[in-house]
Design a protein around this ligand. Structure first.
Ligand code: HEC
Length: 329
């Protein structure tokens, strides 16, 4: 009796640590990803591409936990990454997969990085609250915009946008520079708030300096399929001063790789008529890795000055922080 109880206790003592993320990582992952997660540079392991640096906060915080669990379960090839990243779905239990992914996500060791769970699909109108490494090409009626976004550290993002208009005038549309800073996020509440400032100098068709402070927010209630995003902004123009306020609010529903969304844009000018427009749109994840997406929809003016014409809206985006354009398909 005594002996078997002793063996049981020993067995449990051996089993418990064997299931911790650290032990599983050491047994399964460290040969390629290195003891510290930074990858091995030794020629003992031959890989087609370098193993991802799992200790890099910018890399590990950008993805939701479930996404990395899926990669470890189904292997790199399941999302268009290298087959060198093996699939552990047959060898590991769901609990073990979660434990090892929690362990690698904690390797970064720095608090304050907004987690990838809060990186919601980009709406057309409202600014996204999550800081991104992204290139976006957008079309709004006859106008086109090329946007470049770059993250700096944990919470800051800088952005530059150049606009053109497809008509007979060769004049270029204008340029806007922006800063965005994530002031608050909570994984428990599945919400984040960022503030920012857009500055447009009087170049091209833009007649006057324009400055736009904004607050952007995102919410994914209960981590479910519904996403709510919005923005409040107050444009200021040289000579005119504050010209009024704008409110943007969108709701979307994630269904696999597509997200139908409905946004509303309401402009309350200091003088003159208010405008309200609806933007039904469909966001589609194009690459299996999820770093390339597109969206298309229409702007439907509901109230405002005539003529009220519907216009097409669309964008194509590449999250270059996630991988090169040609990979992950
Ligand atoms: C045989 C070598 C090898 C082993 C063992 C291995 N990996 Fe990988 N892993 C790779 C390579 C190579 C990549 C990069 C794939 C790419 O970029 O195409 C990668 C990528 C990843 C990624 C994706 C990172 C990103 O950028 O999204 C995760 C997550 C990951 N590995 C976790 C693990 C975990 C956890 C284990 C152990 C359970 C493990 N790997 C074991 C080679 C390996």
């Amino acid at each position: 009796m005594m002996v078997s109880a002793g063996w049981m206790a020993l067995g449990m003592a051996l089993q418990a640590p064997a299931d911790t993320g650290a032990v599983l990582y050491g047994a399964w992952c460290s040969s390629c990803h290195g003891a510290d997660g930074r990858g091995v540079s030794r020629p003992t392991v031959r890989l087609e591409v370098p193993a991802a640096d799992l200790a890099d906060c910018a890399i590990s915080s950008a993805e939701p936990e479930d996404r990395w669990i899926a990669i470890v379960r189904d292997g790199g090839a399941s999302v268009g990454l290298s087959i060198d990243m093996p699939a552990y779905g047959d060898a590991a239990t769901p609990e073990q997969l979660r434990a090892v992914v929690r362990y690698i996500r904690a390797l970064c060791g720095e608090p304050g990085w907004p987690p990838g769970e809060l990186n919601l699909p980009r709406p057309f109108l409202a600014e996204k609250a999550f800081p991104e490494n992204e290139v976006v090409v957008a079309a709004h009626g006859r106008g086109q915009e090329l946007i470049y976004e770059r993250r700096i550290g944990r919470r800051l993002q800088v952005e530059g946008a150049a606009r053109t208009v497809a008509d007979s005038s060769p004049e270029f549309g204008g340029f806007t520079a922006a800063l965005k800073y994530n002031v608050w996020h909570s994984l428990a509440r599945r919400a984040l708030v960022s503030i920012g400032l857009e500055v447009t100098p009087p170049w091209g068709r833009q007649p006057l300096w324009e400055v736009e402070p904004f607050v952007a927010y995102g919410w994914n209630p209960g981590g479910g399929a519904t996403v709510i995003q919005g923005e409040v902004l107050a444009p200021w123009e040289d000579t005119e001063g504050w010209t009024g306020g704008q409110l943007r609010l969108g709701v979307g529903q994630q269904i696999g790789r597509v997200v139908p969304m409905l946004e509303a844009g309401w402009t309350v000018p200091r003088e003159g008529q208010q405008t309200l427009a609806l933007f039904p749109q469909l966001w589609v994840q194009l690459s299996r890795l999820g770093h390339v997406a597109a969206s298309a929809g229409v702007e439907l003016p509901v109230a405002g000055p005539d003529p009220r014409r519907a216009r097409l809206v669309a964008f194509f985006l590449w999250d270059y922080g996630d991988g090169p354009l040609h990979r992950g398909w």
